[in-house]
Design a protein around this ligand. Sequence first.
Ligand SMILES: *[C@@H]1O[C@H](CO)[C@@H](O)[C@H](O)[C@H]1NC(C)=O
Ligand SMILES: *[C@@H]1O[C@H](CO)[C@@H](O)[C@H](O)[C@H]1NC(C)=O
Length: 147
Amino acid sequence: MASSQILVAVIGVVAVASVIASGAPPLQPPRIGADVVVMGYVPCNNGTSMKTGSAPGFPNAVVQLQCADDAVAGSATTDGRGWFRMAMNTTATLSSVAIGCELVVATPLASCDAALPATGTLESGLRLLVSMVFFPRGFSYVAPALD
Ligand SMILES: *[C@@H]1O[C@H](CO)[C@@H](O)[C@H](O)[C@H]1NC(C)=O
Ligand SMILES: *[C@@H]1O[C@H](CO)[C@@H](O)[C@H](O)[C@H]1NC(C)=O
């Protein structure tokens, strides 16, 4: 390959990499009128770091987005199969949402399976999936604090 061809190839790689790094078009999803979208699956189980589909879905569970500095907060209810989606406008940066926010399911697990605990919560950190769409890292059961 001639050196001019190599140079063109290098410039092409750099251009693609900078588009990916800046999140600029054409990689953006359709506009949905929100700065932050959180969507995912809540399992009806009391395990640790549970993945999507690792247990039956938790229907009608109230999922709250709680953040350290209250810069953004949201809430959604899961559908009949355990899926939820919430959209918020916020001035918080995406990195501060990823670090400072978590999902908390206040609805007791006993409401989807009477054999599961009636106290405690399911909680999960957030993972940036693409653009401004976050997904749960995996829900874990957190027993109530003893006091
Ligand atoms: C966010 O703000 C935009 C522009 O003001 C508005 O159209 C949209 O409905 C808002 N979205 C939410 C989830 O509040
Ligand atoms: C999960 O729930 C079952 C049934 O209530 C209980 O026996 C078990 O100890 C729980 N596991 C954890 C980690 O709390």
